[in-house]
Write a protein that binds this ligand. Structure first.
Ligand code: SF4
Ligand code: SF4
Length: 56
């Protein structure tokens, strides 16, 4: 299981700083989560202003 960032991402960068696993990086047009590194903690979803990170 991992979180996935939807196209709603506005590239604010808030989630990258919150991730305890450093699983989030800036991608092409949105931020992206490395599924292999994600610990499914939900911190990115908590901090995101647009609700882009979602549990898959
Ligand atoms: Fe990082 Fe947690 Fe979000 Fe996974 S759910 S990307 S570990 S902040
Ligand atoms: Fe995108 Fe939300 Fe992360 Fe900001 S906090 S970069 S809007 S996913």
């Amino acid at each position: 299981m991992a979180y996935v960032i939807s196209d709603d991402c506005i590239q604010c960068g808030a989630c990258e700083a919150e991730c305890p696993c450093n699983a989030i990086s800036e991608g092409d047009g949105k931020y992206v989560i490395d599924a292999d590194a994600c610990a499914d903690c939900g911190s990115c979803a908590d901090v995101c202003p647009v609700g882009a990170p979602q549990a898959e």
